[in-house]
Design a protein. Structure first.
Length: 155
């Protein structure tokens, strides 16, 4: 697995999810043991469901452990705060609509567009990385071009 870039917040969330998955794993293991004690497993729907759930939990645990093991943590104190980089919360102005947009640039592993967290690999983030407050740029997006102005950058 290649190196994964994470913010401190992203690392914290992954560790919390991992702890929750460990608890779920222990609970599902108990369910499986109880189902085994009931006898014939070939017709035990609870056992089959628990085994499927166990597989999904183990898969996600492995995924998160690998992400954490290969993580490069972005240290905000080492970032040029005048430019947009991973970890920046950016306020943009869509010049055509005069609408303000706020996004936090994060790694692929942390992205969640519903929370305003966009991947550094997204077309929008790629278009604004390295820009400074006051800069204007036309960015090619899947739905067409947008002319944006950088209003603020926070870390």
């Amino acid at each position: 697995m290649s190196e994964v870039v994470l913010t401190y917040e992203g690392l914290k969330k992954l560790k919390e999810e991992l702890q929750n998955l460990y608890k779920e794993r222990d609970e599902i293991n108990k369910e499986i043991d109880e189902a085994r004690q009931q006898g014939d497993l070939s017709e035990n729907a609870g056992y089959q469901y628990a085994k499927e759930k166990q597989l999904l939990i183990f898969k996600r645990i492995t995924e998160i452990e690998n992400l954490i093991r290969n993580a490069k943590i972005i240290d905000p104190s080492q970032v040029n705060k005048d430019e947009i980089r991973i970890g920046a919360k950016v306020k943009l102005l869509d010049i055509e609509t005069n609408k303000e947009l706020v996004y936090t640039i994060v790694s692929v592993a942390e992205s969640n567009p519903l929370e305003g967290k966009i991947s550094a690999n997204s077309p929008l983030a790629q278009g604004i990385l390295g820009l400074k407050v006051g800069d204007e740029k036309t960015i090619k997006l899947p739905k067409g071009e947008k002319k944006l102005k950088i209003l603020s950058i926070e870390y």
